[in-house]
Design a protein around this ligand. Structure first.
Ligand code: ZN
Ligand code: ZN
Length: 270
């Protein structure tokens, strides 16, 4: 093989920047959590979700799945931060607008492809017949999820979700140039916090929490039954565009009559 090719590849391998990115993600996550705890509504929601999670963890099968996933999650992190991100990063100063625009593009491109994967591979909502329903069925065992249920999934789904996300970053970096470390820190934290929050048991529907309430309610509608809509995860844009918004009674062509809720929380245990 051409040694210039390998030299070029090695020269663009920025492992230090990838390490800073990982540390930045951890720091922003921890500091953000501490800051948000000062907001009483967020603190209350945190308590409700932690208590629900604690009860669910008393079920050995539930706990086994969570452990299974954490183990694989660590492996995926190593692959991503050692093998892929080092080729996509730069520390060259960039204007704030560019960083924010890059964040927006990465998240919205990812959300588009996730929508397709979720709707057509994980669910039988199209011509493909849902070939990976058996993988996604694990996540849907939780009919009324709590925050930590965002990681109650089959490791294949973790690999596909994270893989798709990192593939978006890699491919976009080929077209848009390498992304600033701050861009990847912001998008990564946003990506994981949005995914976590979609599963939050959330009870407050007043300003300034209305958007948070909507996102939680909409994803809970998705979990309420396997034929529900709301397939995107970052925003509701693609569900709106493709007519799969589900306000609790299905989406156009897949409507249903919702059952009255019997238990407000902790339902849907394994
Ligand atoms: Zn689903
Ligand atoms: Zn979910």
């Amino acid at each position: 093989m051409d040694s210039a090719f390998w030299d070029g590849l090695l020269a663009s391998y920025q492992w230090q920047l990838s390490l800073y990115t990982a540390l930045g993600i951890m720091a922003v996550t921890v500091l953000g959590k501490l800051a948000l705890r000062m907001v009483p509504t967020v603190r209350e929601a945190g308590k409700l979700n932690a208590e629900t999670y604690r009860k669910k963890m008393e079920n050995p099968r539930y706990a086994a799945n969570q452990r299974w996933n954490r183990k694989w999650g660590l492996f995926f992190w190593v692959v991503i931060f050692a093998g892929i991100l080092p080729f996509t990063l730069t520390a060259e100063p960039q204007p704030i607008w560019q960083i924010l625009l890059d964040c927006f593009v990465i998240l919205m491109v990812y959300d588009f492809f996730y929508y397709l994967v979720h709707r057509f591979l994980f669910h039988d909502a199209g011509f493909l017949g849902g070939p990976l329903i058996w993988v996604h069925a694990v996540h849907h065992r939780q009919h009324n999820p709590c925050r930590e249920d965002s990681s109650f999934i089959h490791p294949i789904e973790v690999a596909m979700g994270l893989g798709l996300y990192v593939a978006c970053i890699f491919v976009l970096s080929r077209f848009m140039g390498n992304f600033h470390v701050a861009t990847i820190v912001i998008t990564w934290v946003a990506f994981s916090q949005i995914n976590l929050h979609n599963h939050d048991l959330w009870t407050v529907d007043r300003f300034p929490f209305k958007y948070l309430n909507t996102m939680s309610v909409m994803h809970h509608n998705h979990h309420a039954r396997f034929t529900g809509g709301n397939f995107a995860t970052i925003s509701l844009l693609y569900d709106w565009m493709f007519g799969t918004l589900d306000y609790g009674a299905g989406y156009k062509g897949a409507e249903y009559t919702p059952k009255p809720k019997k238990t407000p929380e902790g339902a849907g245990m394994v």
